[in-house]
Design a protein around this ligand. Sequence first.
Ligand code: GLA
Length: 379
Amino acid sequence: MKNIKEFNYKILVESPGRINLIGEHIDYNGGNVLPAAIDKKIFLYFKKSLENSTCKVTSIHYNESITFELNKENKKINSDWKNYINGVVYYLKRSRGSQLDGFECVIDSNLPVGSGISSSSALVCGLIKGLNDLFELKISNHEMINISQKVEHNFIGVKGGFMDQFAIFFGEKDKIILLNCNSLKLEMINSKLSPYKFLLLNTNVNHTLSSSDYNKRVNECKSALKKAKNIDKRLTCLANASEGFIINNESLFTKNEFKRALYVSQENTRVLKSTKLIKALNFVEFGKLMYKSHEGLKNLYEVSCKELDFLVDHSKKYNYVLGSRMMGGGFGGCTINLIKEDNIKPYIKLVSEKYLNKFQKKLTPIGISIENGINTIKK
Ligand code: GLA
């Protein structure tokens, strides 16, 4: 597609990526997380198809298209982008089949893929929202979040939580979301960080979340919760088990279950402490919790990698970086850094050189701002 204007679309959906300040791998454990939607987005252009039940979706990034008939079964194929399309259409047909019809969609993006800022959820949520608005399906945000999670679980094979989808649907400009993943209660918190800013540094180590490691952590936490419940029946999620409870009952768990559970409990506490510190504009203490979070993700949850560890360790040498940690599912992707605005440029230069020397890999800085969540523009 040379020019999107030629496509003559009816609606455009802007579906953002997300950051998470702290609270990693906590969503599927029922705890608290602090995500926000960002200015890096996937753009999905939609129009109804002229031939009624034919659907065509084109990805500009992959320079590929998928064409299918709406009344044919959408099967899981493999783990590339087309599978996300199949998954969305499969679930929408099951719940709103009679209201759907053929459509065309062109997808463009300035959201880096595989870097831990949730390009996959942005794509899935964008598609659901676009089809919802194009065919006036009247699906609520919570149901769209639910469908998106089902696509990721059953078509992509990642048994993820719903933090990303919540940030995408409920994000607001300059607001951080405190989301309790057990009660689904949301609180919007001001993100006045001046003179600091968040800077993402992409290791360019491409994490494939569908790799079994993410699901392994989910399962380890599930079995830890089951064992914890035998002692305390009131426990509804692992994040609600206190650190003392986990330590006192260490013998219940396998070595890995113990480490995962201890991390989850500590990280959940860090999120609540961080919320208070951010509200009090105490960024120095919040930065220290970011470092603690990374330590836990590295040593207890074991989802970091040497490139992420290097970036976090390196940042400790500079007082103007208040905190740094890996962000997202892990095994690659980005670090999130809280850094004094004036120092961002020279720091990027410095750390990129060090990173290149060490790993012979390019480091990609991603400057972000906190923006509104998903949005539909009608033409
Ligand atoms: C991925 C998942 C989220 C969450 C994070 C880790 O982004 O999609 O649900 O579990 O990893 O915090």
